[in-house]
Design a protein around this ligand. Sequence first.
Ligand code: GLA
Length: 397
Amino acid sequence: MTTRHDALDRVSNLFRRQFGNAPQSRAYAPGRVEVIGNHTDYNGGTVVGAAVEQGISLAARLRDDGVIRLYSDVQSSDGVIETTWEAYAEADLAEWTRYPLGVIDEARLRAWSSEPFGLELAISSTLPVGIGLSSSAALEMAVAGALANLLFAPEAQPSRGLLVESAHRAENRFVGMPCGLLDQSVVGFARENGLVVLDAAINRSMSLPLPSNVRFVLFRSHISHALVDSPYEKRHRECRDALLGLERFMPGIRHLARLHPADLDAYASVLETRLALRARHVVHEQRRVGAFLSAINSGDLAAAGACLTASHDSSRAFFDNSTPELDALVAAANAQPGVLGARLSGGGWGGSVVAMVTEEFEEKQAELICDSYEQLFEIRPHWWQTSAAAGMISESV
Ligand code: GLA
């Protein structure tokens, strides 16, 4: 298996090949899996995630002429992309460059440097794009980590929370995707063999040990998922509208996810049916997160897994963010021994399914799940197993 160290060495070589120079800073940021807490983050709820083994490595060097040069081994079919400190915000460049440029823009707004700067960035990834494992947050966090090393002295490094916040703001503001805090927080705060439990209402997270006999197996549906231009924004608006509708009857409520199910039952009839269904998903998902955490704490793995499957059922029935492909993967996974539960992971509308499994789950079970998917959709999904990995690391070189 490739270690992070190997990945960082490889990206240094990529940097030298592309830019003819040695990097000054490097970072590695993993992808993430959303374990449970679907669409609760931007509704002020709690969400649980873990970092996966695959990730993005990045090497960087400052330039003093204001020129910004970006290269990615998976995205740059046209070679190095070039812009400048003056022009990047308006430049019409490949879509993927919005993520690194957004972080540069955030650093600029936050005055991380008193002077304009230029930059060379080489990016190498083992994390496929569009499968719901947050390659965008991994890229943003890797850029934030590498940039902090370049622009601040070792004793004045910004806190991890500030890097997470900058990456998140970059995505909201520069990319234009109104995501919640889950992705950047997991990529930033994950610990090896740990779950990240994020309270998005107060932007605080903690780490909870993952029971040692539990692993995650990911199945990638063949429907790629992109959040920009997906119904994500629409759901975001629907949740806000549901909150505003309910607030007329419950003055002072601030977060949809913090409502008691009984309050929702009492007032849901004031909402249009679609909004009531969205609210139902969020309010009950928050309860499932609580049930999942208690089950993990008490070692009741079967109950924890059942929360994942119930979350998926609610996505399908009330939030309308599943697809037949994701439903088929969840059903096929749940039919196998050793699977504790399964659900779509992340925004939805394609991407991957995460199954929480015990040691009883073997390779042949994963192949059987793929067989049954292939029979339905005539295409074989990819699958892989991952432990819970550590979060972003960065270093000066
Ligand atoms: C995407 C977003 C997250 C979160 C999930 C859904 O991954 O980036 O902030 O809203 O969808 O839970």
